[in-house]
Design a protein around this ligand. Structure first.
Ligand SMILES: [Zn+2]
Length: 84
């Protein structure tokens, strides 16, 4: 059992800051699309992005980082996400 007060941390793939998992947005691949895993419940590989970096997701450089983190080898995949 994790001790009370222990917060799982993940690193934002864009700015490399470590943050509590809950404060990051998790992206994963589903049906050949990158989706926002809003409840962090989807299986498979995930990539985490902080809310500060989220607006940069449309930049090619950021996209490439996301693709790289998710081991995607094509540029044709769509990114689907909704802001909460
Ligand atoms: Zn960030």
């Amino acid at each position: 059992m994790p001790k009370k007060g222990h917060v799982p941390e993940r690193t934002c793939i864009v700015c490399k800051r470590k943050m509590p998992k809950k404060e990051l947005l998790r992206f994963c691949v589903k049906e050949n699309k990158i989706i926002l895993d809003r409840f962090q419940k989807e299986g498979g590989r995930g990539a985490y992005i902080c809310s500060d970096c989220l607006p940069k997701i449309k930049n090619l450089k950021t996209k490439r980082k996301l693709f790289y983190s998710l081991r995607i080898k094509t540029n044709l995949i769509e990114i689907e996400y909704e802001k909460q």
